[in-house]
Design a protein around this ligand. Sequence first.
Ligand SMILES: Cc1cc2nc3c(=O)[nH]c(=O)nc-3n(C[C@H](O)[C@H](O)[C@H](O)COP(=O)(O)OP(=O)(O)OC[C@H]3O[C@@H](n4cnc5c(N)ncnc54)[C@H](O)[C@@H]3O)c2cc1C
Length: 431
Amino acid sequence: MKIIVLGAGLMGATTAYELAARGHEVDVFEKREGAGLETSYANGGQLSACEVAPWAGTEIPGEVLRWMGDPKAPFRMRIKADPDQWLWLMRFLLRCRPGARESRIVPNLTLALHGRARMDAIAAGLEARGEGFDFDERQQGILRIYREQAYLDQALHELSPMNDAGLTQLRLTAEECLAIEPALAPAFQRGEIQGGIHCPGDRSGDAHKYAKNIAAAAEKSGARFHYGATAERLVTRGRTVQGVVIDGAFHEADGVVLAAGVGSAALSKAAGVRIPVYPVKGYSVTIPAPDTLAPEVSVSDETRKVVVSRLGDRLRSAGQAEVGGYDLTLEMPRARSVLNALCDLYPQVNPELGEKDANVEFWCGLRPMTPDGSPIIDRVPRYDNLVLNTGHGTLGWTLCAGSASLAADLVEERQPAVKADDFSLSRFHKI
Ligand SMILES: Cc1cc2nc3c(=O)[nH]c(=O)nc-3n(C[C@H](O)[C@H](O)[C@H](O)COP(=O)(O)OP(=O)(O)OC[C@H]3O[C@@H](n4cnc5c(N)ncnc54)[C@H](O)[C@@H]3O)c2cc1C
């Protein structure tokens, strides 16, 4: 089949790989000048099956009120004159009811574990062809640390359904956290670690390198990537998407996969399909790893609300959440707060680092979020040949390989390896 994939972030590039490897003729159209340059560029670097619990939860409305007006808060809301934002917020609030978060944990985890297996299979297949690729991967697990017992208890409460679904996670004392990551010594000595949870099977690395490499592997398998190419609209007739208008020119296809991150909502809306995907802005900072006591293991600091990952000789910290529309302005105080959190957790990091330092890269990106914290991977009911692969929010890298495999199964109308209903668009009819 001749398939058009829209977007070459983690989702589009990995989907293109899956489809090309299955023998389809694939054209990817990407408005940027390369793969993985938007939200997939400088994320937290975690392949974190352990973090699949959605953000929406009973504690969130209270925390949002507490953080209001605090410029250093990890969350910010900017109300826009945009009904899509209001509807999204209303749905998000409804997902803060008891039990809602728990209901998405197992579906997300199943997709993450399927993705982990697909990533390994892809890597093994490429290596067998002499084409392996490097993305600064570390297989030392992910360590979540907690300062407050209440948050640790909440996380421990979520362990058993995850363990039952096949994810090994270990409850740790503060001393055991330190044994896994000796760079936490200063935080340990200050008594800031109440305990932690280690997920040994989780991994970390550079998502942008992964996106570039998987795009290159897809090209080697026959996919064509067209960069600097903006999709303007889907061309539909009856129940069929006939193709896409790219920069004024019509491109015909047997099927279209929409993997345009936060750009997906506008493209689908113009074709009469409303999807509840809205941007939630986040920040990261990438610095040289310190010479002494450099962190090795990817850590989620559940108090400072940042993640820190080691990428080769660099260290990346990511955090912040702002529901404020599509504006991608990098606001230095927000970016700086992510660096401050990193320096606070790891005082061995040079506190002099700042925006004037050439080795420091501040970045922000828009997470394509659904209100319930699960992606939308679905063959759209209105059309016979339009597949959505978007809305991965905080988990896009963790879920990309599983999502690409599911999207390719849907394109081929094959029985998927995971339960497709869990990621359907129609689930939002109920909330
Ligand atoms: C601060 C931060 C930290 C994060 N940390 C993690 C983490 O540790 N682990 C994890 O798993 N996830 C993390 N994420 C989430 C993850 O990065 C995203 O979910 C993921 O990158 C989304 O990938 P995507 O391909 O859907 O979107 P994108 O990477 O944005 O790709 C979509 C592509 O579509 C293109 N596009 C859009 N519109 C059009 C159009 N009209 N025509 C042509 N092209 C178009 C865009 O240019 C873009 O390249 C983080 C996100 C942020 C912001």
